[in-house]
Design a protein around this ligand. Structure first.
Ligand SMILES: *[C@@H]1O[C@H](CO)[C@@H](O)[C@H](O)[C@H]1NC(C)=O
Ligand SMILES: *[C@@H]1O[C@H](CO)[C@@H](O)[C@H](O)[C@H]1NC(C)=O
Ligand SMILES: *[C@@H]1O[C@H](CO)[C@@H](O)[C@H](O)[C@H]1NC(C)=O
Ligand SMILES: *[C@@H]1O[C@H](CO)[C@@H](O)[C@H](O)[C@H]1NC(C)=O
Length: 393
């Protein structure tokens, strides 16, 4: 399968003619809780989200590259095939929230959506891209480019920090896609709540057939067409789920979870995932395991590293690839994955990642570097500022 993917060039190398200028790179560190033979888990910084990654796809077609980085590329952009997007409307508008449901109502409604096995032919299936963010999306210009011309094939959901109140241009793909959010803290169950909130909001739209969870530090590695057809046609789900015999894996299982949950069912994995609709609905409907985790998984057990991987292992193990959908560089030894800055991101680099068969290994994650300012000439030189990340060790 690796070979089949070789000709896929990174989206940026082929599509984007962005030349992002990273004026400054910030680094920061997260925790590692362990890594075992290649899988990743991603941890989070206090207020959240960054990275993680594992690689994706059957024998490795990383569809998305997660890691903070600046991207640059220089190939000419092919002419758009679809109608041109509406003229830019640069008026910034406060972020609007797409629905007003509180968690109780949202999860109840989401668990009641019909579990249609056969997708009605008259509708085009969509992929839901769910972004768990701190607030600003420094790499949004890349995503705008990624989605451009593919309206109707995707839905976007954003869960930023509730205190984030920046505005967005009306013509942004992220405009109006914010869902009601609550604070998220590193390693706390509220991280899982945020993930469920995104998933719950996304399953309400019945044309959403695939569900991708990402952070604001992810960038797409393949173009939309490739990503879409890959995910819509696959029979697998992409969520890292593995049995880690060590203290950082099985050691976090609490015997009090028995008999509802046994240690043989216990799994660990990274946070970013891709699920099909059936599994998404089953996860959102779970009322059996969630309370067990809430009660018995507290540090050094981190719910976001175990709840979804374990649940998927119980609900649909055979369908899962057991890998995440994001790629991370664990080739360097040490507890931190490779970081990518402006100088690192070249056509060659992106080509290497996209054809990387990666030996089936994934990794342990963490973050990285954050763009402090990005300018994108192709988009009239916008600049995006990112608050200094909170360092948490
Ligand atoms: C997307 O990428 C694939 C594989 O690299 C390529 O064949 C296709 O032409 C690209 N699509 C667009 C619209 O650029
Ligand atoms: C956004 O939040 C900041 C502080 O968090 C506040 O000073 C500002 O007035 C808020 N803006 C709006 C439009 O609510
Ligand atoms: C998915 O499963 C169907 C039916 O089993 C099969 O025809 C199809 O080739 C599979 N698709 C992939 C990408 O493996
Ligand atoms: C993923 O792991 C489950 C057990 O947890 C297993 O049943 C399944 O076959 C694995 N999937 C792959 C692609 O190896």
């Amino acid at each position: 399968m690796g070979n089949a993917q070789q000709q896929n060039s990174p989206i940026f190398a082929k599509l984007l003619k962005f030349h992002l200028q990273l004026s400054h790179v910030f680094q920061f560190v997260f925790f590692v809780i362990g890594f075992s033979l290649g899988i990743t888990l991603c941890l989070y910084a206090k207020s959240f989200s960054f990275n993680l990654q594992a690689n994706l796809a059957p024998s490795s077609l990383p569809v998305l590259l997660s890691q903070q980085e600046s991207v640059l590329s220089s190939q000419p952009l092919p002419p758009p095939e679809l109608p041109r997007p509406p003229p830019p409307d640069d008026r910034s508008q406060p972020m609007i929230i797409m629905h007003k449901m509180d968690d109780g109502e949202l999860f109840r409604r989401a668990s009641l959506v019909p579990r249609i096995e056969v997708f009605p032919l008259e509708h085009v299936p969509k992929i839901a891209f769910m972004f768990l963010t701190k607030g600003p999306m420094p790499l949004a210009p890349l995503w705008e480019k990624f989605f451009q011309g593919h309206e109707g094939l995707y839905s976007i959901y954003v869960h930023p920090s509730p205190s984030y109140n920046d505005s967005l241009p009306l013509n942004s793909v992220f405009y109006g896609r914010r869902i009601p959010s609550k604070p998220v803290e590193w390693g706390k169950p509220n991280m899982v709540d945020a993930m469920r909130r995104l998933l719950g909001s996304a399953v309400l739209e019945f044309t959403n057939q695939r569900f991708v969870l990402l952070s604001e530090t992810c960038i797409p590695l393949f173009n939309f067409t490739t990503t879409y057809s890959y995910l819509i046609n696959t029979n697998e789900t992409y969520i890292a789920s593995y049995d880690d015999p060590r203290k950082v894996g099985r050691g976090r299982y609490n015997p009090q979870m028995f008999p509802t949950l046994s240690i043989s069912q216990w799994r660990k994995g990274s946070q970013w995932f891709e699920l099909n609709r059936k599994l998404a609905i089953e996860i959102i409907s779970d009322s059996k395991y969630y309370p067990i985790f809430q009660e018995h998984c507290s540090p050094p057990c981190y719910m976001d590293e175990h709840y979804f991987p374990t649940l998927v292992n119980i609900l649909a193990p055979e369908e899962n690839s057991n890998r995440s959908i994001t790629w991370v560089d664990w080739s360097k030894s040490g507890p931190h994955p490779g970081k990518f800055g402006r100088q690192d991101v070249s056509d060659e680099f992106l080509n290497r990642i996209s054809s990387d068969s990666f030996n089936g290994l994934v990794t342990v994650p963490y973050p990285v570097s954050i763009l402090v300012s990005v300018s994108v000439p192709v988009l009239d030189s916008i600049s995006v500022s990112v608050p200094v990340p909170v360092l948490k060790l």
